[in-house]
Design a protein around this ligand. Sequence first.
Ligand code: SAH
Length: 254
Amino acid sequence: MSKVYLTGAGPGDIELLTLKAHRVISKADVIIYDRLVNPEILQMAKDGCKFVYVGKKDGKHTLPQDEINEVIYQNALQHNIVVRLKGGDPFVFGRGGEEAAYLHQRDIEFEIIPGITSAISVPAYAGIPVTHRGISVSFRVITGHESPNKETSQIPWDSFKTDETIIFLMGLHNLKKISSKLIEIGKPKEYPCAVISRGTTKNQKVVIATLQDIAQKAKEMPTPALIIVGKVVQLREELEWFSKSSLNNYPLNS
Ligand code: SAH
């Protein structure tokens, strides 16, 4: 009986993989992985494990989701232990829910192995806690993929007036629009924010700025990158621990 493990690979640093993910990866007959998975993790697989890459190739787009679903399903028909490996956590903007539903509808057994999401671990490696007593009582993780100028948006922009921490994933290409929108809804121009690129890896880069100048300061940051907006960003001054990289020495590693 075959089983598909929808598995989180963590944000980049391979030591942020869970023990459970490590166990299924080392037993997998096939691993279906995408762009954000640190390729070093694949070396944990057993001899003879088949690898299927479903991320972007040579400038071409990622396989459409329905084709990825089918690739997973077809592999489940042929192999016992199928690991579907995704960056971060499979259910945080990972479309893991859609893949699980596709398998459920076809009577394929599956398990979900959560991963450490970039949304909180990448700020942590930059010395930014997503909540902090007296500063931020909550955090929100939002898709930055959608343009803030879209007429019918599901994103509650007006609700971002509070001091809760806001983390945008997939938003680098919309950075200018996102920061302008936040100013438009009433956040101060000097409000602290940061862009963190390739977090938790040796190529991690951090730009600290204000809503007003973040787009200019972070315009050359490589992907993947996330945007974090909130007073907690200022804590980095004291809490930075992982690297001293900043725009000053960028682009050292790219
Ligand atoms: N499931 C993933 C997120 C997928 S969406 C998770 O839980 O982390 C992809 C987005 O995640 C990227 O556009 C970027 O915003 C963010 N991201 C993933 N890995 C990252 C990293 N190492 N550094 C910075 N941002 C990262």
